[in-house]
Design a protein around this ligand. Sequence first.
Ligand code: HEM
Length: 217
Amino acid sequence: MSLMDWIDERIHLKELIKGQLTEYYVPEEINLWYSLGGLALFIFIVQVLTGILLLVYYIPHTDFAYDSIQRIMTQVPYGWLIRLVHAVGATMMIAAVTLHMVSVLFMGSYKKPRELHWMSGFLLMLLTLGIALSGYLLPWSQLSYWGTTVATNAAGTVPWIGPELNRFLRGQEIVGGPTLSRFYAMHVALIPATMVLLVALHLFLIRRTGISDPPGR
Ligand code: HEM
């Protein structure tokens, strides 16, 4: 008896996998646009895995961050590959999520009964931008530093809460050590954990309503 059969006999796992993953019905005429949510999910998983590997050598301190990245690029076996997959993956994920959002908008898939899918998706979009922005500072290069200075300046122009938001993000008047620490905490813990929960909710909602019919059906 295989391990799978052993488990199945006790908790009927195969039935769950069939019903929820491999053999449930989707509309006959779904098109390529419907693959973009899955693509975003795939890239998110790649980002989590490559991110964990980068954490092994990355040092979140203003004195060591830049050098630790140089070490990953030049000395750690395949470090350059993992880092570039993570950096390019960030851009690809923004592209996939944006295209996914635009496609569900123009196909009208956000309409009743899928408003909650849109709302949870919209939060995921904001978090995707937040995780990309917080990750951008981590190499502590000139580009990261000034890019973050510009982005946090932009946050400072938000009506009413701007100055507080700017101060909260930076942790002090200018971008510095406290900014690196809080961006690190957001990038590796707070935002990814929230995203995992929201993706779970997003997928749960999709399974509850089923996939929408393409327009014109
Ligand atoms: C990390 C980001 C996201 C992931 C991993 C994700 C994942 C998915 C997956 C796997 C599907 C089912 C297949 C499909 O229709 O593509 C889906 C559907 C959907 N998503 Fe997302 N999504 C994300 C972001 C968003 C955003 C930004 C929006 C819009 C603001 C959104 C709104 C929707 C809607 C309305 C559906 C239902 C589509 C239908 O039933 O036809 N999602 N999502």
